[in-house]
Design a protein around this ligand. Structure first.
Ligand code: SF4
Length: 120
């Protein structure tokens, strides 16, 4: 089965076509990419797609009611909604500094949820 993927590894956004030619040996026919990163991205996208999650968490005693957070690295795409559910269980109290770990090792992914701004 042929997949067409837009590579997001750089702003060029190449349209990469990928088809698995040998499932046992994990061989692929890949075209449309302008560099090796597109090849790597296309293989990851059809075998184990991941994303960095950006979201917000409730915060009390601050000038805004929600603090922006993100995963410190990409997590499996199928865990994104479960990560949101974990973040929604949290209610922080100001002050919080940028880079503060909000949830350590979310869902045993090895990735932390961190704040992306300070809030006093
Ligand atoms: S294949 Fe290379 S040049 Fe094309 S979007 Fe991906 S990173 Fe950029």
């Amino acid at each position: 089965m042929k997949h067409t993927i837009t590579c997001i590894a750089c702003p060029l956004g190449c349209r990469v076509e990928i088809e698995e030619t040998n499932q046992k040996n994990r061989e692929y026919l890949i075209s449309g990419h302008k560099c090796i990163r597109g090849e790597k991205y296309a293989i990851e996208e059809i075998t184990n797609p991941t994303r960095v999650l950006t979201y917000t968490v409730k915060i009390m005693n601050a000038n805004l009611s929600r603090l922006p957070v993100k995963t410190a690295a990409a997590v499996p795409k199928d865990l994104l909604f479960k990560c949101i559910e974990e973040i929604d269980k949290i209610e922080l109290k100001a002050p919080v500094k940028i880079g503060t770990v909000i949830i350590e090792n979310v869902l045993n992914t090895g990735v932390d949820i961190v704040s992306t701004r300070s809030m006093m």
